[in-house]
Write a protein that binds this ligand. Structure first.
Ligand code: GRG
Ligand code: ZN
Length: 326
């Protein structure tokens, strides 16, 4: 296997959407349903197959996840609103050019996001109070998509992100938490949107990030951990935002991602494991960052097709340069 099996991956994602069955697995993952729709639709979009899913059904499903009491989106109809599912809802609507369908909900979503920011600049994920730099990123990205960034205190928000940085140059989930490549993405992504990347020691962080590549070519999320396809996104997008994408061995990483494909469709966390839609998106998006032939360019800050971000008139913090691999 030496190429990306686009046709098989498109069918894999289409089949997932049709599997609204009564299985235990389906119901046990309801809390991730809207995230899953974003992962699948974004992967399809990067493979030039956005229309493989029915636009009206997507919009209808997203809007059915709006929680009228909370004023934002849960991951499934009837669920409490959460900032993770709210960003996914907004991204799905953006991908199918349906943000205007939010109508009066737009103002409520903005209010919900702003209500989750704490006095120290950090963000809760919902009214129950879990605090994590993931939620801060989701808040900032949601506001950017809705053209409402002017309502956010940029300095307070960026100050909190900087408080979550560590001696090794990385970032964690909160102040004092271990550096983790996925949290690095959320922190850099937020700083990027807030135009505050100049506060980062680029070389120190890029050094830590490129040390994530292991001899197999795959990337891990922190020292001594196993390589995993999703870090092809978390690490590469971060290196891209830092202008240091060329610091890793692109050919070896490409091979690692390609090897993690299931010949019947979908990409797994590592070769030989079971494929899932999460790793399918981040494998495809990683390859797109590497400039893989036949994929849409992806924006490293938003994890969205560049064309979608541009069409929405959302300012792109900077233009990424791909490595132009085959
Ligand atoms: C729009 C792309 C996008 C994201 C929205 C939710 C979010 C913002 C980002 C998620 C960031 C995050 C913390 C992802 C988790 C990734 C992951 C593989 C975690 C596993 O952690 P461990 O400790 O795995 O189980 P390791 O690899 O360290 O063993
Ligand atoms: Zn993973």
């Amino acid at each position: 296997m030496d190429t990306l099996l686009i046709e098989q991956h498109v069918n894999f994602i289409k089949k997932l959407e049709r599997r609204r069955d009564k299985s235990l697995a389906y119901h046990m993952t309801a809390h991730l349903r809207l995230n899953g729709v974003y992962w699948g639709l974004c992967a399809l979009s990067l493979m030039h197959e956005r229309d493989a899913l029915d636009r009206d059904e997507l919009v209808q499903f997203v809007l059915s996840c709006f929680n009228e009491n909370d004023g934002a989106f849960g991951s499934y109809p009837g669920h409490d609103a959460h900032i993770l599912s709210t960003l996914s809802a907004i991204q799905v609507l953006a991908l199918v050019d349906a943000l205007p369908e939010l109508g009066a909900r737009r103002e409520r979503v903005i209010k919900f996001v702003l209500s989750l920011q704490q006095a120290d600049g950090s963000f809760h994920g919902d009214r129950w109070g879990e605090n994590d730099t993931r939620f801060l990123y989701c808040g900032v990205s949601t506001l950017a998509h809705l053209g409402a960034l002017d309502q956010l205190d940029h300095k307070l928000t960026a100050d909190w992100v900087m408080q979550c940085s560590n001696f090794d140059g990385g970032f964690g989930a909160t102040r004092g938490a271990e550096s983790h490549a996925a949290q690095v993405f959320t922190c850099l992504g937020a700083l990027s949107i807030l135009r505050a990347l100049d506060r980062v020691d680029r070389d120190r962080l890029a050094w830590w990030l490129c040390e994530r590549q292991v001899p197999s070519g795959g990337l891990n999320g922190r020292p001594q951990k196993l390589q995993d396809v999703c870090y092809s996104w978390w690490v590469l997008s971060s290196l891209s935002m830092l202008g240091r994408l060329h610091w890793i061995d692109a050919a070896k990483l490409r091979e690692f991602i390609i090897d993690a494909q299931d010949p019947d469709g979908g990409i797994a966390d590592r070769p030989g494991n079971v494929a899932d839609v999460f790793h399918t998106l981040f494998g495809v998006a990683g390859l797109a960052l590497l400039g893989y032939h036949g994929l849409e360019p992806v924006d490293p800050t938003y994890c969205m097709p560049v064309a979608t971000i541009e069409a929405l008139g959302i300012a792109r913090p900077f233009q990424n340069s791909s490595q132009g691999c085959k």
